[in-house]
Ligand binder design. Structure first.
Ligand code: SAH
Length: 475
């Protein structure tokens, strides 16, 4: 293979020709190597492609670049199903066959555990793939904007767009630009129909879309949740308060979609659009929907956290429970418990489960759900883990035999790891949505624990995200 390297004197951008893309990297990128051996991270290629690469400014020890010509397309490729592929920030791996996505997810987890954590790994159980590779999300959030993002084709077409109202997703790194979506492949029907109907009714009836730059307009965001048993929650967020127009729209939604079981709205005229500190007003139906798992019922309201892929959440929880190998007499801690779903899922196999979580509303939900599920051996506590999970807390609630921990992407605070090492429970089940921080945390524990099981789970097909569950047993 011939390599050429052109360097423009001014900008120091490089062009590398005929380079094979060899791997994937973090955040959905792929990897190639420059002739001098330096790594190039690419934003638009798939392993197996042979491409010409234009690099951006050189970083310290690597390049970032883009494939500008494809000499050979990889046989790992597949045709993306979505019209917005490449423009929309989500589903970056849609151009890769699902079995290849799984291989690379598995590989990323293993590499992180070995390279970052320098950990000894047992035989690795194959990643649990998802049967449904599209339409797997139970929750979607769309944004309204009067400054629609025009794609390159739309700009090239020269067409004038009088109305720039859009409802869809933020363009990556463009907080005020919204990509208008006609069909998203992530949530089952009637999700697309609801969004599109609201959009066209609002345009027809002069119900204005939010202007994020100057902060005016009525329609701000739309959340749709569809539970496994078919219940539907719709929450419309308005910026300005306009009773007449709001009621016109809400009545339209109620009439057009009688299958919506929970129709709610929020009037939020503060700077950001999070609804967590806002009053959610019930317009029609109930203020919640129900998700069910192995006979356990979870009440989900507009602000509740619930795993967004219900069927894979079930797989993840089963793996977690299997790894914990509970016999019924253990005290279990479920750290970062959210709405207490894992705690309740394992409760019948334990003597007592203690859940800890920083969001007060989530803990309120956890308590209500446990009560409704007639679970009497769970207790839930609110607070920042590093502050709550202390020796005093353990003296009060009992020494855990097993700790299940499911931290956010940043992983566990060092103090939390230290506290776990003070206790040295027999087993730790570490559920993670970021194997890099998981590897870092596990490295701190490796003198005391052996990793006896590790299993990745795919909750988000078409994306580069991957969950990983590890069982640690005391040496
Ligand atoms: N195990 C739960 C949720 C895991 S997501 C489930 O399966 O549904 C991680 C959780 O950690 C979130 O609910 C988040 O609110 C919580 N969290 C984040 N930082 C925290 C901290 N510093 N202390 C306690 N909880 C925290």
């Amino acid at each position: 293979m011939n390599y050429f390297c052109h360097m423009s004197r001014k900008k120091k951008f490089h062009l590398f020709e005929n380079i094979e893309v060899i791997d994937t990297a973090a955040k959905g990128k792929s990897v190639a190597k420059a002739p001098d051996g330096r790594v190039i991270f690419l934003s638009n290629a798939v392993p197996g492609d042979i491409v010409d690469i234009q690099t951006g400014r050189k970083r310290k020890s690597y390049f970032e670049g883009k494939a500008i010509k494809f000499h050979k397309l990889s046989d790992k490729r597949t045709q993306p199903v979505c019209d917005y592929f490449g423009v929309c920030g989500g589903c970056k791996w849609q151009n890769m066959k699902y079995e290849e996505q799984l291989t690379y997810k598995q590989k990323e987890v293993t590499n992180n555990l070995i390279r970052i954590g320098h950990l000894d790994l047992p035989e690795i159980t194959p990643i649990a793939g998802c049967d449904k590779t599209y339409f797997y999300r139970n929750k979607m959030e769309f944004s309204f904007s009067d400054s629609r993002w025009l794609t390159d084709e739309e700009i090239k077409s020269g067409k004038e767009y009088e109305n720039k109202d859009a409802c869809g997703f933020h363009i990556p790194r463009m907080w005020d630009k919204i990509l208008d979506i006609d069909k998203c492949h992530l949530q089952e029907d009637p999700s697309n129909d609801i969004r599109n109907s609201i959009k066209s009714f609002a345009i027809k009836n002069d119900i204005s879309f939010f202007n994020p730059r100057n902060q005016y307009g009525l329609l701000r965001t739309l959340m749709i949740r569809i539970s496994s048993n078919g219940e539907i929650m719709v929450v419309v967020q308005f910026f300005e308060d306009h009773k007449e127009k709001r009621e016109l729209l809400m009545n339209f939604i109620a009439d057009k979609f009688p299958q919506i079981t929970s129709l709610q709205y929020v009037i939020n005229n503060k700077g950001n659009d999070t609804i967590y500190d806002q009053e959610v007003i019930l317009f029609k139906g109930k203020n919640h929907i129900i998700e069910e798992m192995e006979g356990l019922k979870f009440k989900i309201n507009a602000k509740s956290f619930y795993q967004t892929n219900s069927s894979q959440a079930y797989e993840l929880y089963k793996i977690t429970r299997d790894f914990a190998q509970l016999k019924g007499n253990e005290i279990v801690y479920d750290l970062y418990t959210g709405t207490g779903t894992i705690a309740q899922f394992v409760a019948k196999n334990a003597k007592k489960v203690i859940g800890v979580e920083s969001v007060p509303e989530a803990i309120a939900d956890a308590k209500i759900n446990a009560k409704n599920n007639q679970i009497k051996n769970t207790e839930f506590f609110v607070g920042d883990m590093a502050k709550v999970f202390t020796q005093e807390f353990i003296n009060q609630n009992g020494i855990p035999d097993v700790i299940i921990t499911d931290p956010p992407r940043d992983g566990m605070h060092k103090k939390v790891v230290e506290q776990i090492l003070n206790i040295l429970p027999k087993k730790i089940v570490y559920v993670s949505c970021n194997s890099a921080t998981q590897a870092r945390d596990l490295a701190l524990m490796k003198d005391y624990y052996t990793i006896t099981k590790t299993q990745a789970v795919d909750m988000f097909p078409q994306t580069f995200h991957v969950e990983n569950v590890v069982l640690l047993e005391k040496c």
